[in-house]
Design a protein around this ligand. Sequence first.
Ligand code: PLP
Length: 370
Amino acid sequence: MPEMETALHPMPRARVQAMKEYHPPLGSRDALRLDFNENTVACSPAVREVLGRISMGDLTRYPEREPVEAIVAAHLALAPPQVALTNGVDEAIHVLFEAFLDAGDELLLPVPTYTMYEVYASATDARVIAVQAAGDLRFPFERLLSAISPRTKIVAIANPNSPSGSVATRQQILEIARRAPHALVLVDEAYFHFHGETVIDLVGTLPNLIVARTFSKAYGLAGLRLGVLAASIEHMRWVRRVLSPYSVNSLALACLPAALHDTAYLDWYVGEVLAARTDFEQALDAAGVRRWPSSANFILVEIGAQHSEFVRRMQAAGVLVRDRSNDPGCDGLVRITIGTREQMRDAVVALNKALAELRDASSRQAGETR
Ligand SMILES: Cc1ncc(COP(=O)(O)O)c(C=O)c1O
């Protein structure tokens, strides 16, 4: 009785019914994890100590985010009401879109970019206007400016961008904010530490700027789920209306001050990744693999038609990398996270082996078809 079945199962909003399912390809990741742009080693040992001191009683209490928000605000040289902690930047994006995107609004999105902007936008009644980067995958500044319309409500810029590793300059961001005064300009600085340039100092002075930062990447706390959203007090007031007061859990809140305080660990990890990135670029050049310039802890490389097989062979060699072929303009491209120099030496061995196997397989195939 299908009618009865339908009646018993209320359907979600039409928008949600039309949403694509998103399953991150996690699976078993017991290997060198160069697929999610995480810290590939560990978080600061100071965080581990804090976790060891958490008592059972601590877990019985609802988390209190304000004192930690004040610490984070001071760290960012902002006022506490300009800052909100979130359950990762993903929650920040979700909440921001929910608070601001209405029917008839447009989200301007330079693509390819981070997948979750489109996922969360698709749950709203706004329209996504994708602005495709050219083949060099550089930030499509001019095209983005031309796409600004009176309906533009949010412009989302990952800076550095994923999966390309490209950046928008401070001047470009200022110009976009100036040309779209009726819109929010979200600058997602998830990979800030590997780039070193920020616009967070403009929060409050540039009224339509909103900046996101994560603790999932350089800090190595992806599992704790911690993000920050920073904007003018007025905008943050709206965000807080939608934000769950307890979405950042007490373990994450307890650990955050220790992670912030241990700048020596952060500097060591970032220095290690930057040195490894240079080494890895040289190895890619030596192997004749086309790559895109990156200001982040990953590099996008061109593998071509055999991209899936390459990813499979890398996995067989104990190295997880991420196929980005389905991203707009990224056919045949694979993203490889940069870890430590030692880890990347292992990655280079796996890469050269996988490439040699693919070459052998295609010359065998060519021989058979001749
Ligand atoms: C540009 C960008 N923003 C945000 C995120 C997600 O950050 P979080 O782990 O804080 O949700 C990622 C993760 O890959 C990312 O690439």
